[in-house]
Design a protein around this ligand. Structure first.
Ligand SMILES: C[S@@+](CC[C@H](N)C(=O)[O-])C[C@H]1O[C@@H](n2cnc3c(N)ncnc32)[C@H](O)[C@@H]1O
Ligand code: SF4
Length: 419
């Protein structure tokens, strides 16, 4: 009798248990807000000058495109959400609410899901409202603490404003406030950088994204460098600046988990890790990129680029529900190349568990290939790479020169495809 009752209980609970075991189709969401109040001299992102920027129309179109993409991909659960730009902190918090409400109606949004917002320091007075709207992680575009450089870059904030934003951010989002910092700036010296880093680490919270200033073609900065009105530090000095930052940040328990990203343990950006490990994401908004799969074939990945210019994008969304400029199927070779590039830049490196999940059986052939490669063995001997049953990863020394290592691993992988 007892045995029969147990069996009946089991049957009663089976559908629920199966449901719990079922894996939902998950995706991250990236929302692109394309407007900025000032254009920075170094920037070549998809951004447009506008004080406010079609708030109502933009919000309506973002929600429409989100609904289309969620339905198309039959996404059932959200992994993370990221509002980027442009300057998404210029959008009203009601835009954040509209998007999160729409997401909650369409699929499962776990209570603890990471929801990040890129914020310009001059918007610090809106941080509290963004928190109320549902944002739980902030990425502040501090860039530096030197007024002369902020002016030169045409940033909309001052050093004082940057510090105020940091203080407000870490008060509202403790353990979940990040800062973007640029190095290799005009007239920066190693000594001034060290002093600035000390101030930044004292003021910052738990995460730093550290970027070497890149001179992008067609920007005002590129013109100033070309005509000699702006001088940038030489390559060796810039490399020393990176190493100095590495030391200074790790002294403050802010450790490198990706070449440009440093965090206190537990404060790593969930959204970016998802990108770097080949996770699916739906991008919405002008110029956003998506990496999605369709229900008919989950193992195939589609790369979608959305129309960059906001007015044209809105027209398309209103007409078709989606502002797609281009979409293409990615070959496995292209996907693996992309993954080598992003995963090798992380401390974890190329984890076989992750790669086997995306390409069943990957590790059994890749591991032999790596072991037999003279190039990989050479890099292991030089203490730049480590290879074991968990995968292939760059050492601390390797992460400092990771771009050249990535090329060698590409070559090794190419041989496998060519043979
Ligand atoms: C997507 S952007 C936009 C963030 C936000 N609009 C802002 O500027 O504060 C994210 C970060 O990329 C970095 N970035 C932009 N242009 C760069 C360049 N030319 N070289 C290096 N880093 C750059 C900046 O640190 C910036 O905060
Ligand atoms: S605020 Fe950000 S997106 Fe806008 S121009 Fe400056 S760097 Fe580019």
């Amino acid at each position: 009798m007892a045995a029969q009752r147990n069996f009946t209980t089991l049957l009663l609970h089976l559908p629920k248990q199966l449901n719990a075991m079922r894996s939902y189709h998950k995706s991250s969401i990236y929302v692109h807000w394309p407007y900025c109040t000032k254009l920075c001299t170094y920037c070549n992102f998809n951004k447009y000058l506008s004080a406010k920027g079609d708030d109502v129309e933009m919000q309506k179109c973002l929600v429409l495109e989100l609904e289309t993409m969620i339905r198309l991909t039959q996404t059932e659960e959200i992994h993370s959400v990221y509002f980027g730009g442009g300057t998404p902190s210029l959008a009203g918090p009601d835009t954040v609410v509209a998007i999160l409400n729409s997401l909650a109606q369409l699929c499962n949004v776990p209570a603890d899901v990471e929801i990040s917002l890129e914020a310009n320091p001059s918007e610090w007075h809106k941080f509290q409202d963004f928190k109320l709207a549902g944002i739980n992680r902030l990425s502040i575009g501090l860039q530096c603490l030197v007024d002369r450089d902020l002016l030169l870059f045409n940033r909309s904030h001052s050093r004082e404003c940057g510090l105020k934003a940091l203080e407000t951010g870490r008060g509202l989002f403790p353990g979940r406030t990040s800062v973007d910092v640029l190095f290799g700036r005009p007239s920066q010296t190693l000594e001034s950088w060290r002093e600035e880093l000390k101030e930044i680490t004292k003021a910052c919270d738990s995460h730093v994204s550290l970027y070497e200033l890149t001179v992008e073609q067609g920007t005002p900065l590129a013109r100033s460098v070309k005509n000699g009105t702006v001088m940038l530090p030489n390559e060796d000095l810039v490399a020393d600046m990176y190493l100095t930052a590495l030391q200074e940040l790790s002294r403050n328990n802010i450790h490198r988990y990706e070449v440009s990203n440093f965090a206190v343990s537990g404060s790593e950006c969930v959204h970016n890790m998802h990108y770097w490990q080949g996770g699916e994401y739906i991008g919405i908004g002008p110029g956003a990129h998506s990496r999605i799969s369709l229900p008919a074939n989950r193992s195939q990945r589609l790369a979608v680029v959305h129309t960059p210019e906001p007015k044209r994008w809105m027209k398309q969304v209103l007409a078709y529900g989606c502002g797609t400029a281009k979409s293409e199927h990615l070959s496995s070779k292209a996907r693996i190349k992309e993954l080598i590039m992003t995963m090798l830049r992380t401390r974890q490196g190329m984890l076989y568990t992750v790669l086997d999940g995306l390409f069943p059986g990957y590790s059994s052939s890749a591991h032999d290939l790596f072991r037999q490669s003279d190039t990989i063995s050479g890099l292991v001997e030089e203490n730049l790479l480590q290879l074991d049953e968990r995968g292939l990863r760059a050492t601390d020394a390797g992460l400092n020169v990771v771009d050249s290592i990535v090329c060698d691993v590409f070559d090794c992988q190419d041989q496998a495809y060519d043979s």
